[in-house]
Design a protein around this ligand. Structure first.
Ligand SMILES: C[C@H](O)[C@H](O)[C@@H](O)C(=O)CO
Length: 497
């Protein structure tokens, strides 16, 4: 039995899972879970990387104690965020968090200098305020002397790999999300960075997923005898890349939704698409494993998580099961909204902001909690339909099925709404897609599987899926027009600000 540890850091929680491979199939067991939510101290919203690292070490020891000899470890996480390392090898500051609202000012400044058209053509990446390029420019605008000390930039999984091994690399799938890789040459875009006055010497060598980085550093090896020979592997370190690798399907074209705090909605393509239509719809060509994930970021279950947090803080019972029951019983289509309204990225109060958006767009705000949750879930499903239609227009493909993977695939109400809104059968599962994709690439790196397709066969043998068939197509079609109108109204009022 081969024991492979997947460290999977989602935007709300981190999990450590051990994949046990018997030569045919995989079983996955959770050994550690902890919060990865941002914290505020001083000026910036940031990630508590030291806390994550300590929990990771604890999880490694616990895994080694329970399962025996660990053969490999792989780390995946959300994208774009990074730490800067000085020339002595120390982390300079807390890694800033992508939800900090100040990244938007830096994006505006870069867009004014370079232009959206050129940025998209050069990188093929969706223009989003928190992309690494804009975060770096924000540092340049506010505290440029940080760059006098910075020797290396490491995205979060690369940073944790460094803390585990002492080795510094930039893993490919995550590196593409920085908006600093030229889509045509697949290398760092040094000239554009120089044009913006940003340092290029801080960019590490790019490593491909499915390769071995190193053994654990002596200190980590010494934590448990079962960790002595563990190799740290470059998995597809962007969690979305890992999740998409584990979609249990072979034949293109299908639509996937990697559903969690975010919903990443897209399809797999062999070559990047940077046509005027792809630019117009603001799609992303994120680097995959021998392919590209042509997708769009949709706000995701963050909206529900925030409602839940707020309601619980007010002393009400709001476990996810109760919320979904209330939503199921609530009046259908109480309101609709564009889940990607920038006001929803990190509002002081999610409940109040949704109420305000309803008023702004001429709708009655939700009367009770069930309506609030139902309206959000229906709006997410409508957004999936919008992205599906845009994707079909850009790629010329017709999608006959939708795969929902990740934690959000457990949300049965959302899965049914997604089937109703898209008019496609929805196949859900695996829930732990990122961790499975992570383990898949460990199998490839260790030579246990010859290719990613062979590793996907292992996943197909190991996971269960569920099917949702579209219902009430006419009602959903009719309500979709109302959704589109509200989206236009929201966009117009944001422009007016
Ligand atoms: C900012 C998000 O982390 C990112 O865009 C998304 O791709 C992700 O990684 C969600 O886990």
């Amino acid at each position: 039995m081969l024991n492979l540890v997947a460290v999977d850091l989602g935007a709300s929680s981190g999990r450590m899972m051990v994949g046990q491979y018997d030569g045919r199939a995989l079983t996955l067991t959770e050994h550690e879970r902890f919060s990865t939510l941002p914290v505020t101290s001083g000026r910036w919203l940031h990630t508590n990387i030291q806390f994550i690292f300590e929990r990771m070490l604890k999880g490694l020891v616990r895994s080694a104690t329970h399962v025996g000899v660990v053969s490999a470890v792989g780390i995946d996480s959300w994208a774009v965020d990074f730490g800067l390392i000085d020339r002595f090898g120390s982390l300079i500051d807390h890694p800033r968090h992508y939800r900090d609202e100040r990244h938007a000012q830096a994006m505006k400044a870069v867009v004014e200098r370079i232009g959206i058209h050129r940025l998209f053509q050069e990188t093929g990446i969706q223009i989003l305020p928190f992309n690494t390029l804009f975060q770096l420019y924000g540092i340049q605008m506010e505290e440029p002397n940080v760059f006098d000390r910075a020797a290396t930039l490491l995205l979060l999984p690369d940073l944790l790999n460094y803390m585990l091994t002492g080795e510094m690399r930039a893993e490919w799938t995550n590196a593409t999300t920085t908006q600093m890789i030229r889509v045509q040459t697949r290398s760092w875009m040094n000239d554009l960075l120089q044009e913006l006055g940003l340092p290029t010497t801080i960019l590490p060598t790019i490593a491909q997923p499915g390769s071995v980085l190193s053994r654990l550093a002596p200190m980590q090896r010494g934590m448990h005898e079962n960790l002595c020979d563990a190799k740290v592997v470059h998995v597809a370190s962007h969690d979305t890349a890992s999740a998409v690798a584990a979609v249990p399907d072979h034949a293109d074209p299908y639509l996937y939704i990697s559903s969690g705090t975010w919903s990443l909605v897209g399809t797999v393509v062999q070559r990047p698409i940077t046509t005027p239509l792809a630019e117009h719809y603001n799609f992303s060509n994120e680097g995959g494993i021998g392919n590209y994930r042509f997708l769009k970021n949709v706000m995701g279950l963050w909206l529900i998580q925030e409602i839940q947090r707020e309601v619980q803080a007010g002393g009400q019972v709001a476990d996810i099961h109760t919320l979904l029951q209330l939503a199921e019983r609530a009046r259908p289509f109480p309101f609709v909204l564009d889940p990607d309204d920038p006001l929803l990225l990190h509002p002081a109060s999610m409940v109040r902001t949704i109420h305000e958006i309803c008023v702004q767009t001429g709708q009655r705000p939700p009367a009770e909690l069930g309506e609030l949750v139902r309206g959000v879930l229906e709006s997410l499903a409508f957004k999936y339909r919008t992205v599906l239609l845009e994707l079909q227009e850009v790629t010329g493909c017709t999608f006959s099925r939708v795969h929902i993977v990740g934690g959000g695939s457990q949300n049965q109400l959302l899965s049914q709404f997604a089937a109703n809104a898209t008019g496609c059968p929805v196949i859900t599962g695996p829930v732990e897609a990122s961790a499975l994709g992570n383990v898949m690439l460990q199998l490839v790196a260790l030579g246990e599987c010859k290719s990613v397709s062979e590793a996907r066969e292992v996943v197909l043998r190991s996971v269960a899926t569920a099917l949702y068939v579209p219902q009430s197509a006419e009602v959903w079609q009719e309500k979709y027009s109302a959704f589109q109108q509200v989206v236009r109204r929201q966009a117009a009022s944001r422009k007016a600000i």
